[in-house]
Design a protein around this ligand. Structure first.
Ligand SMILES: NC(=O)c1ccc[n+]([C@@H]2O[C@H](COP(=O)([O-])OP(=O)(O)OC[C@H]3O[C@@H](n4cnc5c(N)ncnc54)[C@H](OP(=O)(O)O)[C@@H]3O)[C@@H](O)[C@H]2O)c1
Length: 258
């Protein structure tokens, strides 16, 4: 197992859910963290709690991954001592709405495509050249089971996660021989803010998603990401699919009745 001590880990979307759980897991192992998201107050709160708990050094900034110029500017403006990113966790992402394609809100499509695909590409394009130059690095993308199968009312979210799967596979080929590894961690149902965001703040509707089953937690996924990040340099986890035990695929779910 490779040590994470003093490794520089950049986590996008670290203000909640899986990203926040990753920050906690990497901090516990002694990593130095670059934490970004739009809700900067949540990022700052997290950084100060990790400082208190583990003595973690963090560099924080407000970032909307959809804004190409902002992504390029903030990554190129990282202080010298934070530039040598060892691990990039491309986590920022969302689902918006769960509707039949022909009735769906087009603004939600733009938001998902701009965040899940274009945002991930902008960040990757800004970070990976440095990794190649240094001859080492690891990109870990948050895919989804929606990148392996399609489900009704999820056409655009599924399309974005299929795109992440394709980007992951192509990038791995592009980086062959450079010392930079590429993995994807692809969860099923994880109870985070994901469903609250998907249903535009409707917490009741979000709760229904996990009714009668024990969903995964952000921590479950963070542990999987950490496993990928701690393989020795000759080994790469290409992709990891993780679901709650009560979920067989996107549609086959066992729910205990009340
Ligand atoms: N939960 C699941 O069931 C599940 C399953 C499979 C895959 N995933 C994937 O896992 C990743 C994390 O999701 P989660 O479940 O942890 O959801 P979450 O709790 O809603 O967290 C999403 C994170 O992404 C950030 N984010 C969203 N849009 C952003 C933007 N434009 N710029 C920067 N940051 C942005 C959010 O921060 P701000 O709002 O502060 O910007 C937040 O920190 C996503 O890529 C998601 O597609 C989730």
């Amino acid at each position: 197992m490779e040590s994470l001590k003093n490794k520089i880990v950049f986590i996008t979307g670290a203000s909640a859910g899986i990203g926040k759980a990753c920050a906690e897991a990497f901090a516990e192992e002694g990593a130095k963290l670059i934490l970004a998201a739009r809700r900067i107050s949540k990022i700052e709160e997290l950084a100060s709690s990790l400082k208190e708990k583990f003595g973690t050094e963090s560099f924080t900034f407000k970032l909307d991954v959809r804004d190409r110029k902002e992504v390029e500017k903030s990554i190129s403006a990282l202080p010298e001592s934070w530039k040598a990113i060892d691990i990039l966790v491309n986590n920022a992402g969302l689902g918006r709405g769960l509707n039949k394609l022909y009735e769906d809100d087009v603004d939600g499509w733009e938001e998902m495509i701009d965040t899940n695909i274009k945002g991930l590409l902008y960040v990757t394009r800004s970070v990976v050249p440095g990794m190649v130059e240094r001859g080492s690095g690891h990109v870990i993308n948050l895919g989804s089971i929606a990148g392996h199968e399609a489900y009704p009312k999820g056409s655009v979210y599924c399309a974005t996660k299929h795109a992440v799967a394709a980007i992951t596979r192509s990038l791995r080929m592009d980086l062959l021989g450079t010392g930079v590894r590429v993995s994807s961690v692809d969860p099923g149902m994880v109870e985070t803010e994901f469903s609250i965001v998907r249903f535009n703040g409707d917490e009741q509707k979000a709760k229904e998603v996990y009714k009668g089953l024990t969903p995964l937690t952000g921590k479950d996924i963070a542990e999987a990401i950490q496993f990928c990040a701690t393989r020795p340099p000759h080994a790469n986890i290409n992709e990891m699919i993780i679901m709650p035990s009560a979920q067989a695929n996107a549609f086959v779910i066992h729910r205990e009745s009340e």
